[in-house]
Ligand binder design. Structure first.
Ligand SMILES: NC(=O)c1ccc[n+]([C@@H]2O[C@H](COP(=O)([O-])OP(=O)(O)OC[C@H]3O[C@@H](n4cnc5c(N)ncnc54)[C@H](O)[C@@H]3O)[C@@H](O)[C@H]2O)c1
Length: 373
């Protein structure tokens, strides 16, 4: 059943945030047909004027509340620090706007649940910018899995690791209160999303996680030039997290997310899948897009390696295009941020497991609500 009659008028979007994420939203609202950016909010006045000029947005605000209270917006997009995702999304949904939210959907499952419930009751769409799953190599891998070339995938590994990659050292990224966590909620959420997406969305049953804060608290591992709000606050989050995740059907996932560890000086992520008829490895170095995927199989009993064709795709462009198409199509049933809530609960379970130094089942986290943070 359609939620609303399909519309053809360009959608009017307001963007909150002037950092990397906000600019990606702005740029792609200006580029994708059927939508136009009409309002922009952020704290850095020079950057606000500069981005407004570059993307032709006249209505500029230094507070998100002023942008969200406009009555003529169809879309509010959120490229703000994690602690603002829930307040902005809830206000926008209450005003009847659709929401495009950066990952993570919120700092924890309780906030994410509030957003999903508000979106359902307002009958509005919430999409999360899980941009990495939109990459051409991930999409090629997904096709191989869906065509059955790997058989049943029973084990996977997903990692995102940096040598010196702590963003905005001393700013919101490294504040537990403002960010909700460190590399696990920042990078790990992309990799959990990617692995579960590729494996066909098995349910997470339990997690056993450990977190470490070895370099960040000593002021080491900072990534120069990232984050607009860097400051001198104490370092409060992990700089490395690792988890063993049990999935429905007996499958497993090993996760590793680190902003700063002694390894080679690059920013690398990847996924490994082991299936009953084949395996796959995706290794992305410094956001490279070529020669990243190999599929391992047998041809007539002889080990063979396949290098799939990869279509170049830009994550934010694909996310914005799908979001705009969904709204024009008038049907967003089941697209109220449920995937973001699912990932937020998994991250919650990881932090809880690390805190308690034991394996934690998803049942404990979902029943436990918000009381453990
Ligand atoms: N999907 C991706 O590839 C990707 C990449 C980078 C960041 N992100 C996510 O995007 C979000 C923002 O990250 P970033 O790196 O762009 O951060 P950033 O610190 O560079 O930018 C945050 C922006 O929010 C604005 N802001 C803060 N408080 C505000 C307020 N009260 N009113 C209006 N604006 C306010 C700041 O002025 C700033 O412009 C985070 O949730 C992050 O996890 C996603």
């Amino acid at each position: 059943m359609l939620s609303e009659a399909p519309s053809t008028e360009p959608l009017r979007a307001g963007v909150v945030g002037l950092g990397y994420a906000g600019e990606q939203h702005l740029k792609n609202f200006a580029r994708v047909p059927g939508v136009e950016p009409v309002a922009l909010a952020g704290l850095e006045r020079d950057r606000l004027r500069e981005l407004g000029g570059r993307y032709g947005v006249q209505d500029l605000y230094t507070s998100w509340e002023d942008l969200v209270s406009r009555e003529d917006l169809d879309i509010v997009s959120i490229g703000a620090p994690n602690h603002l995702h829930a307040p902005i999304a809830l206000a926008a949904l209450e005003g009847g706007r659709h929401v495009l939210c950066e990952k993570p959907l919120a700092r924890n499952g309780a906030e994410a649940q509030q957003i999903v419930e508000a979106a359902r009751s307002a009958d509005r769409a919430v999409h999360i910018a899980f941009t990495q799953r939109e990459r051409g190599d991930v999409q090629a891998l997904k096709r191989h899995v869906e065509e059955g070339n790997l058989g049943r995938v029973y084990h996977s590994k997903a990692t995102w690791m940096r040598r010196n990659g702590i963003p905005g050292m001393g700013g919101w990224f490294t504040s537990k209160e403002l960010a909700g966590g460190g590399p696990l909620i920042d990078l790990g959420v992309h990799m959990v999303d990617m692995a579960l997406y590729l494996m066909g969305e098995p349910k997470v049953e339990s997690v056993s996680c450990a977190t470490y804060a070895e370099l960040g608290p000593q002021g080491r591992g900072g990534w120069a030039g990232s984050g607009l709000m860097s400051g001198e606050n104490p370092y409060e989050v992990e700089d490395l997290a690792t988890a063993f995740v049990r999935l429905s059907g007996g499958a497993t996932l090993v996760l590793e997310a680190g902003w700063a560890v002694y390894r080679e000086s690059s920013d690398d992520f990847g996924v490994t899948l082991y299936g009953t008829d084949g395996g796959a490895e995706m290794k992305v170095k410094n956001y490279g897009t070529t020669d990243t995927v190999r599929i391992f199989t047998d041809v007539a009993g002889v080990p063979a390696v396949v290098t799939p064709e990869i279509e170049p795709r830009i994550g934010h462009l694909a996310v914005v295009r799908r979001f705009v198409e969904t709204i024009h199509g008038g049907d967003w049933k089941g697209q109220h941020g449920e995937d973001g809530l699912d990932r937020a609960r998994i991250i919650d379970a990881c932090y809880e497991s690390a805190l308690q130094n034991r394996e934690v089942s998803m049942g404990e986290v979902v029943r436990g609500g918000s009381g453990y943070r």
